[in-house]
Design a protein around this ligand. Structure first.
Ligand code: DP6
Length: 326
């Protein structure tokens, strides 16, 4: 009754920001992301009649009571779905600091979903797994399929699933994650996006997203890097404009974030094809092609205030692995 899964984090090119349904985590807009190779979660799930209570632990950190309750809620839904009632032990380990804005919750709930169903010896389709993971954390659905992934908006739960648009082998894109602050973010994504309707800019963003999704899909299909980079930055700036214009205003950037943005624009002027995107935190994801990775890394040597750098390639999705954590 024990299984272990390894799930990648993902970085959104077109971001999920806002829910149409809080409980089901139906998004207000479709999104598109790339799974990353350098930040992932490994989770072991063991259902057993020998356990008298549920026990969930984060091996390199500590779940808050709220986080543990969210994990248990997902496990309860899983037990209900398959008609089982054994108690469970869950251990989980992240390869990246929690709260750095590269969505530990995405890889976490993807790994929990895939390991959980495998432990219960049921085999839902990939689509069903993404629908399930979505209800733990929206962006988690995008960490299950391979490579470059679309999460459909969907107006009902069964239609809001994620699928692989292209496998990880399609295009050698890099996400160089520049960490300028590894402390836990103050406002969680769930809390932050709860207030999205207060932004006067939300409607505009929702109106332009379908065209933006099309451009991103087109850029990926043609492997047109400039087209891809431009749309990624456009959506990042637009998402952060929405965040900032919410009430209360959400400001995730710090001065280092801002200087890296300036530097990226300067490097592009000097002929380095690199673009930025930023999630709900101050850290910056530099997106480039594999052939330009070393140029970007050496340009970064000139920038102060960097705590660490994680170089990510495009990763496959969530996989079952044989090495259990306990
Ligand atoms: C800014 O998936 O963490 O990273 O569904 O409330 O758990 P919940 O939100 P979450 O939000 C991610 C927001 C984002 C953009 C993105 O990854 O698309």
């Amino acid at each position: 009754m024990k299984a272990t899964a390894r799930a990648p984090a993902n970085i959104a090119f077109i971001k999920y920001w806002g829910k149409a349904d809080d409980a089901l985590r139906l998004p207000l807009n479709p999104s598109l992301s790339m799974n990353v190779s350098g930040a992932y979660t490994v989770t072991t799930v063991d259902f057993s009649p020998n356990y008298t209570k549920d026990n969930v632990s984060l091996l390199n950190g500590k779940f808050s009571d709220e986080e543990a309750a969210r994990v248990i809620r997902v496990l309860d839904q899983m037990r209900t779905k398959v008609g089982r009632n054994e108690r469970v032990r869950v251990a989980t380990q992240n390869t990246f600091p929690k709260g750095i804005g590269s969505a530990a919750s995405a890889s976490g709930f993807a790994a929990l979903t895939v390991a959980g169903f495998a432990a219960l010896e049921v085999a839902p389709s990939e689509r069903e797994l993404t629908i399930f993971a979505r209800q733990g954390s929206g962006s988690a659905c995008r960490s299950i399929p391979d490579g470059f992934v679309v999460w459909r908006r969907g107006y009902i739960s069964e239609e809001s699933y994620a699928y692989s648009l292209y496998p990880h082998t399609h295009w050698d894109i890099r996400d160089i994650l520049v960490i300028v602050d590894s402390t836990m973010k103050k406002v969680s994504t769930t809390e932050g996006m709860n207030m999205v309707q207060t932004s006067p800019l939300l409607k505009h963003r929702l109106d332009v997203i379908p065209a933006r999704m099309k451009r991103t899909v087109d850029a990926l299909s043609k492997r047109n890097f400039q087209m891809l980079g431009e749309v990624i930055e456009e959506d990042c700036l637009d998402t952060h404009a929405v965040m900032r214009s919410q009430v209360p205003s959400l400001e995730y950037w710090n001065t280092e974030t801002q200087s890296i943005i300036y530097a990226v624009r300067h490097w592009r002027g000097e002929g380095i094809p690199v673009y930025f995107t930023i999630d709900a935190g101050p850290n910056v994801h530099l997106i480039c092609e594999g052939k330009d990775e070393s140029k970007v890394l050496s340009a970064l040597k000139e920038v102060g205030g960097i705590e660490s750098i994680i170089v990510n390639k495009v990763s496959e999705g969530t996989r079952i692995i044989e090495d259990h954590l306990f």
